[in-house]
Structures are given as structure tokens and as C-alpha cells.
Design a protein around this ligand. Structure first.
Ligand SMILES: *[C@@H]1O[C@H](CO)[C@@H](O)[C@H](O)[C@H]1NC(C)=O
Length: 276
């Protein structure tokens, strides 16, 4: 009888927020190589997705389970309903149609998401896909960070097809990446625009390290490896939230800190399967 209950409770924990011990998160594509500020080699970052509004690139996002995309709250606000979005996964070249597309059946933004003309607070959202992703070399989840991991002083990667919140006229055909570094919260708050708007507990600023200061698609991930896993796995450190646009490299971009929202993310993704 004890054994039967043991088996039953294992079964229940599998259904609720399952972790699949036979797959790994945060494994970059075999083509990966550091190419600061330029085109990423195809499928180097297999968790990157684009959220399309018809033919237009609307936002970026990242695969975190076989059913869920982590993105920004503002991507499903301001007149855009999650049902209007199509998620392109496994994409590199926007003109090569070998990517797969998914519809979005649910979109939840943080209950305390707020926005004004300058900034968004609690700018985080989870989208649920219409069907489970089949993980392949080109489609992989990124790891969620442990809140005790320190990502200061590390070069962080932000990638996207180049459309910014401010609305570039054209976006890139190929996935682009930029390296950035976290700016001390106090230093970032000294900037005139940011001082009234920065909630340093849940947002962080990061400066571009390259000449190419464009910060990828809003809603997209800011990610890095960590020495705790011997720099072999990539973790999502932030979500591209807001900032002054690409033309003004002196202003750092502002990112939602993913580690501050882990319990909320886990609650929204109970039906998905995580890799370890
Ligand atoms: C767990 O991951 C492995 C390797 O990716 C996969 O073959 C298997 O189908 C997954 N299990 C479930 C229940 O999704």
C-alpha cells in the first residue's frame, strides 16, 4: 500500500510542473561562436523565438518549457491581444521558411504590470503555445537562473532580429546579437530619464559593450553562461523591457530581472515540461 501511494504521488508531481531529467536546458547550438554585435551563426541560440503580428515582427521571446514562452508584459498590451500573435520557433533567416509556427492559446502578464509613457514595471509575461514543442537541435529551452547566481561583470548576450520598441522601419533578415554588461543600479538611476522610473529591485540596466548598441527585440531574452555550470549552460538573466533607442548608445537598456519572478513563472508554467 505504501508503495502504491509512492508511485501515485510521483505521478502527480510529474503532471504538475514536470521536470524531464533526460533533457538539458541552455545548450547552445553546435554552430555557436562569439561574434560580438553581428550576425549569429544559424541556430546558435535555439531558445530564441519571434512573436509575429501578421507579417510584422512584434516582439522577441524565449522558450522555457515545451509549452511556454517567456516575454515582456508590454508585448501583450497596448491593443495587442495574445491571440493575434504567431510564434516562430527554430528561425534564423527570416526569409528561410524552415521555421515552425505556433499559435498562442493563453497569455498572462504579471498582475502588477503597470506602464506609463516612459517605462513598464513588472514587464513580464508567459505565453502558452497551442501544441507541445518537439525539442531538436534548432529548438531548445533556455535555463531559468537560480536567484543566488551573480551575473554582474559578465558579458551578457541579447539577440533579436533588430526591431526595437521605438519601431525601426525594417528589421534584420538574420538573427543579430550584442554583448552588454550590467550597470550598477545607483549609477543607472543618475541618468535624468531613468531616475524617476527605475525600480531597482525588479529592473536592471545594461550597457552595450560593442559599437552596435541596438538591443534586440523587446520581450526577448538577455542571457549568459555561468561558472556554476562551467559555462556550459545558458541562463535567462533578463527580459528586454525598455530604454532609449538604438541611436543613443549612451543610454543603457532596461531589463526585467528574471530571478525576481521565479515563483510566479513556475506557477504559470505548471503544465509545461522543464529540462534540467
Ligand atoms: C524527455 O526528454 C527526452 C529527451 O529530449 C525526450 O525524448 C522525452 O520524450 C521527454 N519526455 C517527456 C515526457 O516529454
Amino acid at each position: 500500500m505504501i508503495q502504491i501511494w509512492f508511485v501515485l504521488s510521483l505521478g502527480i508531481s510529474w503532471v504538475h510542473g514536470g521536470v524531464n531529467k533526460s533533457c538539458e536546458c541552455g545548450i547552445a547550438g553546435i554552430n555557436r561562436r562569439i561574434v560580438g554585435g553581428t550576425t549569429v551563426l544559424p541556430h546558435a541560440y535555439p531558445w530564441l523565438v519571434s512573436l509575429m503580428l501578421g507579417p510584422k515582427l512584434h516582439c522577441g521571446g524565449a522558450i522555457i518549457t515545451d509549452l511556454h514562452i517567456l516575454s515582456a508584459g508590454h508585448c501583450i498590451t497596448f491593443g495587442v491581444h495574445f491571440r493575434e500573435l504567431t510564434v516562430y520557433v527554430g528561425m534564423h533567416d527570416r526569409l528561410d521558411t524552415s521555421y515552425t509556427t505556433h499559435r498562442v492559446v493563453n497569455g498572462v502578464k504579471h498582475p502588477h504590470f503597470t506602464s506609463n509613457a516612459v517605462r513598464d514595471i513588472n514587464d513580464i509575461a508567459i505565453l502558452t503555445l497551442d501544441k507541445k514543442l518537439q525539442f531538436t537541435e534548432n529548438i531548445q529551452p533556455i535555463c531559468l537562473p537560480d536567484p543566488t547566481m551573480d551575473f554582474r561583470h559578465l558579458p551578457l548576450t541579447v539577440a533579436g532580429w533588430g526591431k526595437t520598441r521605438q519601431g525601426a522601419l525594417t528589421s534584420s533578415r538574420y538573427l543579430l546579437e550584442t554583448k552588454v554588461q550590467i550597470v550598477d543600479g545607483e549609477k543607472c538611476k543618475k541618468s535624468n530619464i531613468y531616475k524617476e522610473n527605475l525600480v531597482s529591485e525588479s529592473m536592471m540596466c545594461a550597457y552595450s559593450l560593442g559599437k552596435d548598441a541596438c538591443q534586440g527585440d523587446s520581450g526577448g531574452p538577455l542571457f549568459s553562461t555561468h561558472k556554476r555550470t562551467e559555462n556550459k549552460k545558458w541562463y535567462q538573466v533578463g527580459i528586454v523591457s525598455w530604454g532609449i533607442d538604438c541611436a543613443m548608445p549612451d543610454y543603457p537598456g532596461v531589463y526585467t530581472i528574471v530571478a525576481k519572478y521565479i515563483p510566479w513563472i513556475k506557477k504559470q508554467t505548471e503544465k509545461g515540461m522543464y529540462c534540467v
